[in-house]
Design a protein around this ligand. Structure first.
Ligand code: NBY
Length: 830
């Protein structure tokens, strides 16, 4: 650091960051003219975005520096949130709002000749995630910073995020998402690199004291380079860090020999192979496919993060026994489970602790959140694969397992089968490592993400573990969403209206304050404004639909929206089959009957995993139905069917505020929580949903009369499936008519949809579409009826918003902090 004598000079010249409009313009123009080498003669919207983003980045980084210093000097526990996915979306708007300078930026940009909305929309989404799990991580970062928790995120810096989806002739086409062309929000830290080892072999030797030590050597080394992303809290100076690792050939590995001897391609090949590790996000949600590169990604990221965390702890010079008093590591699903094993390896092989002491430190440090009970999504890795890639880690897993099984055998001597059931190693061909069991055994707490889900994991996948450890190891933390992005940023007019009634924006940091809105249910002006805002949001979405699909939709129609990843368990097929039923019903109606019907726009959006053929068929069916319905003159505005291409975070910010009703209709017991359900209700839309995930708690909070629930319950699913398998089942007659229409070729070549139809008709209807069809259609009729009474509808919407306080991710993070992490906030000193 700088000697005392020169520090005055530093302080005098220390960067302050802008606060006024003039200063903002100074900074923006300076960046455009120098950093970007542009001028007022060639400054387009993209350059204006870049300049403004750099100006805000400078501001964030000043606070980031101070926050990091404060956290280093404060002798207190930190949280590390390990997630393979962070679905951040755009950063500029968020930065403007969180530091409270959006109005300054708006005025400054106007002076410079730009509209702030156009500038903001230049930004490419940071889309390093698939869906709910990745977006949850992003909401958590926002809440942790806002609540002043000393917290870091650790992830991978994918060169390609989730693919861009194009719809071509009604089919999904995937286009790579190269997003790093210009990313002002990251700071490369070329000085912070970690060597990561793969492959090789393990041997034992005696050290000077005669103690046996284990040495892992040979194999190959890849470098992990840190890239830091500042995470500003809302209304606080706390600016946390998200550290993303990028892979690079290690200097030692880059083969100069080959290079100099003219084997240029060979040497570049090694480099490319190293860089492949962080090249691309796997685009599967809720499906695990056991690819070696994915395991490499996981270890690369866990090992780099652990090295970093341990290095930081060692600087404090505290004894290892204090580690879990200073460090909490949260695992977002099982993807980072290798961090548990890596920690044990560091403590035992490198730091020389004895096994038992090391293992109790590990268990005290880690906690694991589960996000699914579906078998195909539970991670398992083949033992031979792991043996080859991570030989020492496999040994450690076997040792952990052996000690665990010994304990189980001793404690439950009568239940011989239990050992087979709870073993980390599944005795299959090949043998498999069950990551959820390893994560459970290596953590002090395991949580589900909504009440029903947390109950289910205790009675299904972790039943034996509840017996072994007792129920207290398992807990629930119901998911939440950040009201900053999902209300204030996505729906600024509604946020402003609410603030005008509640006397300020305090509800953004204490969402339970929304409950005061119930006092305004008789305020006619308020309700009128509310309705105008909803209408304006629908007009905006209608414009987007017109621009991107060419279809005109009537903003006065009921907007019925289902946007999320396409998956059979989420049942977009139920939705589109219901839409066909509606279409057939309208076709058969008299003009009088038609007049009574509320016009509808059925809106779908979401990506299918590239290898998920059935999900792609669902997209094609939606598009094919849209093609027919939207061009049927006889139907007009009564029904439109829209597929919105490339659903992502920034599209969600336009779509969510525009819904009248949204669909959360998973087969009961399959959707761990869902979080878009919360976003839609918070934006004044109602929902139609099954008794699944967080829908149940939303109902509890907002009241049964404000939600449209339908369908079978989780507790009945097993019996219903049994009935399908043993032939005790009749296809719903209305659904049958829908299938007849599809088979007749009414929506194009029926052959394309036969597998989809047959999965329901002939192959056991695993997701119970037929069982829930009647209830679903009937409930939509109730929605139609309810929508006719606009006054009552509006009252439901406002009441619901007023009661959504519970679903803030701030509440959720506070629960994690108090129940699981045991960390305290560290507010900035003013
Ligand atoms: O996590 C989602 C759940 O489906 C949803 O109900 C919940 O609200 C949300 C947050 O808790 N899970 C999810 O998004 N999962 C994935 O995206 C995912 C991605 C990759 C893999 C597994 C799951 N994988 O094994 O590769």
């Amino acid at each position: 650091s700088i000697p005392e004598g020169q520090r005055e000079a530093w302080k005098k010249h220390s960067v302050q960051g802008f606060t006024t409009k003039d200063q903002f313009e100074d900074e923006t123009v300076r960046h455009i003219e120098t950093t970007l080498a542009r001028s007022l003669f060639n400054c387009d919207e993209l350059a204006a975005y870049s300049g403004a983003a750099l100006a805000f980045r400078d501001r964030l980084i000043i606070e980031w520096n101070k926050t990091q210093q404060r956290q280093t000097f404060a002798d207190q526990k930190r949280v590390y949130y390990l997630s393979l996915e962070f679905l951040m979306g755009r950063a500029l708007d968020n930065a403007m709002l969180n530091v409270g300078l959006k109005d300054v930026a708006r005025a400054g940009l106007k002076d410079l000749g730009f509209r702030i909305e156009d500038v903001i929309s230049q930004e490419h989404d940071a889309a390093l995630g698939n869906g709910g799990l990745g977006r949850l991580a992003a909401c958590f970062l926002d809440s942790m910073a806002t609540l002043n928790y000393p917290a870091w995120g650790y992830g991978l810096r994918y060169r390609y995020g989730i693919f861009k989806q194009e719809i071509v002739d009604g089919y999904q086409v995937e286009v790579p998402d190269y997003w790093l062309d210009f990313n002002p929000w990251e700071f490369p830290r070329h000085d912070i690199t970690v060597d990561i080892q793969f492959y090789g072999y393990v041997r034992k030797e005696k050290d000077e004291d005669g103690k046996t030590v284990t040495i892992w050597e040979g194999g190959e080394i890849v470098d992990a380079v840190a890239y830091d992303v500042p995470i500003p809290g809302y209304g606080t100076a706390t600016t946390n860090n998200l550290r993303l690792w990028s892979s690079k050939a290690s200097k030692g590995e880059f083969d100069f020999q080959k290079f100099n001897s003219g084997e240029y391609e060979g040497s570049v090949g090694d480099q490319q192979r190293a860089e492949t590790i962080s090249a691309v996000l796997y685009p599967n949600d809720n499906l695990e496919r056991g690819k070696e590169l994915r395991l490499k990604q996981q270890y690369f990221w866990c090992a780099a993060s652990l090295f970093d965390i341990v290095r930081r702890f060692k600087k404090t010079k505290k004894p290892w026994s204090k580690f879990s008093d200073m460090v909490a590591i949260q695992l977002n699903d099982t993807h980072p489970t290798l961090a548990i094993v890596e920690m044990q390896r560091i403590l035992v092989d490198i730091e020389g602790l004895d096994w038992a002491e090391a293992w109790s430190i590990v268990q005290g440090t880690f906690s694991y959140a589960n996000h699914t009970v579906m078998p195909e999504a539970l991670e398992k890795w083949s033992v031979p694969l792991m043996q080859n890639l991570l030989p020492r880690h496999l040994q450690i897993i076997y040792e952990v397992n052996s000690q665990f099984l010994q304990y189980v055998e001793k404690t439950f001597p009568k239940d011989r089968d239990m050992l087979r059931r709870v073993s980390i190693i599944e005795e299959s061909q090949p043998k498999m490592v069950r990551m959820a069991y390893l994560a459970t055994i290596g953590s002090h707490k395991v949580n589900g993400v909504a009440e029903l889900h947390s109950d289910l994991i205790k009675t299904t996948i972790f039943k034996d573990f509840v017996t072994i450890y007792g129920p207290d190891k398992f807990t629930n933390v119901t998911n939440g969403i950040t009201p900053r992005r999902w209300l204030h940023q996505a729906n600024p007019k509604l946020s402003e209206l609410i603030a005008s009634k509640l006397g300020g924006y305090d509800f953004l940091t204490d969402l339970t304050k929304l409950n005061k809105l119930e006092h305004f249910l008789d305020d006619a002006d308020f309700k009128k404004e509310w309705q105008e805002i909803k209408y304006a949001n629908k007009v905006r979405l209608a414009q987007h639909i017109k621009d991107t699909t060419g279809v005109s939709v009537n903003p006065k129609a009921l907007f019925d929206i289902q946007v999320k990843r396409i998956h059979e368990y989420k049942r977009q097929q139920l939705n589109i089959l219901g839409v066909i039923h509606r279409y057939l019903t309208i076709k058969a109606m008299s003009p009088e009957e038609r007049k009574k019907l509320a016009p509808r726009v059925s809106i779908f959006g979401g990506k299918a995993a590239p290898g998920y053929w059935m999900a792609k068929t669902v997209i094609h069916l939606v598009c094919s139905v849209g093609e027919v319905v939207n061009n049927d003159k006889d139907i007009g505005d009564l029904l439109k069917v829209i597929y919105i291409e490339d659903y992502n975070v920034s599209k969600a910010e336009i779509i969510t505020p525009a819904s009248d009703i949204s669909e959360h209709i998973s087969t009961a017991g399959t959707e761990a929580s869902g979080t878009s359900n919360m976003k839609f209700v918070l934006n004044g839309g109602l929902i139609i949903g099954t008794c699944d995930g967080a829908n149940i708690e939303i109902t509890r909070e907002i009241g049964e009369s404000n939600i449209f629930l339908f369908g079978n319950l989780a507790e009945d699913v097993e019996d219903l499936r049994h009935a399908h398998t043993y032939g005790d089942f009749q296809l719903d007659p209305d659904l049958n008519k829908v299938f007849e229409a599809i088979k007749s070729g009414r929506f194009g070549d029926a052959g394309r949809f036969s597998a989809l139809c047959n999965s329901i008709i002939e192959h056991g209807d695993y997701y119970l579409v037929s069982d829930d069809f009647n209830s679903y259609v009937k409930t939509h009729e109730l929605v139609d009826e309810a929508y006719k009474d606009q006054e009552a509808w509006l009252e439901k919407c406002i009441t619901s918003v007023a009661r959504m306080g519970f679903f803030s991710s701030d509440r959720c993070i506070q629960e994690y902090a108090e129940m699981i992490w045991n960390v305290e906030p560290l507010p900035p000193k003013e």
